[in-house]
Design a protein around this ligand. Structure first.
Ligand code: IPE
Ligand code: IPE
Ligand code: MG
Length: 241
C-alpha cells in the first residue's frame, strides 16, 4: 500500500515481522533485573501495534518467546510468562477498541492452562476485527513449526484426507501461519543479525532490517526508518528487473 509518510510517498509493507531483542541489555544498562526490561518491552509493543496500524501495516508478527528460551533461569521464564498473561488479558480488552485480530503461533501445549485459555479467548473475541492482524509467537520455533506441520501432514496422508501432490502451498497450509501471508519485512533490534529459529520457512523472500536500537527503545521513528529501508530494496523473487 502506498502512503505519504512525512512528505515522502512510501510503499508500506503488508506484513512486518519483528524479533524483539535487547530487553535484557536495556535493563542491565539501568542496573535493573532482566524482567524489568521485559516489562518495558511489553509497553513498547503496545505502542508499536498502534504505530504499525497508523502506518497502514496490515499484519504485524512478533517473536516474544522461543522454544529455546526455556533454557533461561526459572525466575526469568516465570517473569516473562506473567508478562504474557497480563499482555494477553490486555489484548482481549484492546481488540475492539483497536480493531485488532489476535493470533498466537507456537506450540501452546507446553504452556500453563490459564495462558492457553487466554490465548483461546483472545483469538475467539478478536476474530471479527481486521484493522491490524497482530500475531504473537509464544513457545515458537521455526523448526518445531515445520516438525509439527509434517507430523500432521503425514497423519492426514495416512488417513486418506490428503492424496494430492505435496506442493509448497500445501506445506505452508500445515504451518502455524497457514492463514497469514509471508512477511515482507523482518526487523531485528539490538544489533544481532540472525534468525534465532523464527519463521524459517516463511521468511524465504523477506527483506531484513537490523538496527542497534534495543527493543524497549523502539518507536515510531525507528519503524519509519525500517519502512524507508524497505523502500530502497529491489525485491526480485529470483527473477530479473
Ligand atoms: C528479548 O530480549 C526478549 C526475549 C527473548 C524474551 P532478551 O531477553 O533476549 O534481551 P538480551 O538479548 O539479553 O539483551
Ligand atoms: C530470539 O531472541 C527470541 C525472541 C526474541 C523471542 P534471543 O535473544 O533468545 O536469541 P539468541 O539467543 O540471541 O539467538
Ligand atoms: Mg536476546
Amino acid at each position: 500500500m502506498e502512503k505519504v509518510i512525512d512528505g515522502e510517498k512510501l510503499n508500506v509493507p503488508n506484513h512486518v515481522a519483528i524479533i524483539l531483542d535487547g530487553n535484557g541489555r536495556w535493563a542491565k544498562k539501568r542496573l535493573m533485573p532482566r524482567n524489568y526490561g521485559h516489562k518495558a518491552g511489553a509497553k513498547t509493543l503496545e505502542k508499536v501495534c498502534d504505530d504499525a496500524k497508523e502506518l497502514g501495516i496490515k499484519y504485524l508478527t512478533v517473536y516474544a518467546f522461543s522454544t529455546e528460551n526455556w533454557k533461561r533461569s526459572v525466575e526469568e521464564v516465570s517473569g516473562i510468562m506473567n508478562i504474557l498473561r497480563d499482555y494477553l488479558a490486555d489484548c482481549i480488552k484492546w481488540a475492539d477498541e483497536k480493531n485488532m485480530r489476535i493470533r498466537i503461533i507456537g506450540d501452546r501445549t507446553a504452556l500453563d492452562a490459564d495462558i492457553v485459555e487466554k490465548i483461546e479467548e483472545a483469538e475467539r473475541v478478536s476474530k471479527i476485527y481486521d484493522g491490524l492482524n497482530f500475531t504473537i509467537a509464544i513457545n515458537y520455533g521455526g523448526r518445531d513449526d515445520i516438525r509439527r506441520g509434517v507430523k500432521k501432514l503425514i497423519s492426514d496422508v495416512n488417513s486418506g484426507k490428503i492424496n494430492e501432490e505435496i506442493s509448497e502451498d500445501l506445506i505452508s497450509s500445515y504451518l502455524d501461519t497457514a492463514d497469514i501471508p509471508d512477511p515482507d519485512l523482518l526487523i531485528r533490534t539490538s544489533g544481532e543479525e540472525r534468525l534465532s529459529n523464527f519463521l524459517i520457512w516463511q521468511l524465504a523472500y523477506t527483506e531484513f532490517y537490523f538496527t542497534d536500537c534495543l527493543w524497549p527503545d523502539f518507536n515510531m521513528n525507528e519503524l519509519k526508518k525500517a519502512v524507508r529501508y524497505y523502500n530502497g530494496r529491489d525485491r526480485r523473487y529470483g527473477g530479473v528487473k
